[in-house]
Write a protein that binds this ligand. Structure first.
Ligand SMILES: Cc1ncc(COP(=O)(O)OP(=O)(O)O)c(N)n1
Ligand SMILES: Cc1ncsc1CCOP(=O)(O)O
Ligand SMILES: [Mg+2]
Length: 235
């Protein structure tokens, strides 16, 4: 057993945990943009980041071409960098490369993770939609994905969804694999506890933050308690 200094343990009582076999960091928030944004969005995003810890932000603008997204992305990307939030591009390997994004999220029809790795290099995070499929998740892992995303866990109006996942898929995944998993789809601060308890490494959330009645800062803040609510299950 490793010995730790009093300073290390005083700063973080869980400091030693990360050296335990099977350690999984606590669940974190992965913020997805609204499907469309306007001029005030940068202030909204800054407010969201003021609400609490956000690990990653995905720019997901549906129905807008890559050139238009590339034109509006730089201040958003700069804000993410300033706040130490990973900037993830949805759907497009080419756009992720053009912007020098921290990551790209690929749906099953959005391209091959192997191509993404070849084009984006070893440091860029590649996420893959796996719906409610263990098979797709294992395939994504084999193809070199950095995370797998399961969902939709709850009804959502942000996207028309054809698949419904159960929290047990998160438990199954985290028991067998080290690769982080994301839970997405209708996730709110009120319904997230079973996903955190089942082992989700990230909660990917859009409308619960952007449509929060008290604004995006309150939307992010609302997740603080549930993210800290339960230690990750042992693997
Ligand atoms: C983190 C995360 N998970 C899943 C998705 C959905 O991706 P996809 O199935 O390609 O659908 P669109 O988002 O492109 O409509 C996601 N974007 N992010
Ligand atoms: C992009 C996506 N993929 C599956 S559900 C979903 C929508 C997530 O948004 P919300 O958190 O508003 O349900
Ligand atoms: Mg997609």
């Amino acid at each position: 057993m490793t010995d730790f200094t009093d300073e290390e343990l005083a700063l973080d009582p869980h400091f030693a945990d990360q050296f335990e076999p099977g350690f999984r960091p606590a669940c974190q928030l992965y913020l997805i943009s609204p499907p469309a944004i306007d001029d005030g969005f940068l202030d909204q995003l800054a407010a969201a980041f003021d609400g609490g810890s956000v690990a990653a932000f995905q720019l997901r603008l549906k129905g807008i071409d890559d050139h238009a997204i590339a034109a509006l992305a730089p201040p958003i990307q700069a804000l993410c960098a300033e706040r130490d939030v990973a900037f993830i591009v949805n759907d497009s390997i080419g756009l992720a490369k053009r912007l020098g994004a921290d990551g790209v999220h690929l749906g099953q029809e959005d391209g091959d993770p192997r191509d993404a790795r070849e084009q984006l290099g070893p440091k860029v995070q590649i996420g893959v939609t796996c719906h409610d499929s263990r098979h797709l998740a294992m395939e994504a892992g084999e193809a070199g994905a950095d995370y797998v995303a399961f969902g939709a866990f709850y009804p959502t109006t942000t996207k028309e969804t054809l698949h419904r996942a159960e929290p047990s898929i998160l438990g199954w995944w985290t028991t067998l694999f080290e690769l982080p998993c994301v839970a997405i789809g209708g996730v709110t601060a009120e319904n997230a506890a079973p996903l955190v308890a089942a082992g989700a490494d990230f909660l990917a959330v859009s409308s619960a933050v952007w449509n929060h009645p008290d604004g995006p800062k309150a939307g992010v803040a609302a997740f603080a308690q549930v993210l800290a609510s339960k230690p990750p299950p042992p693997r």
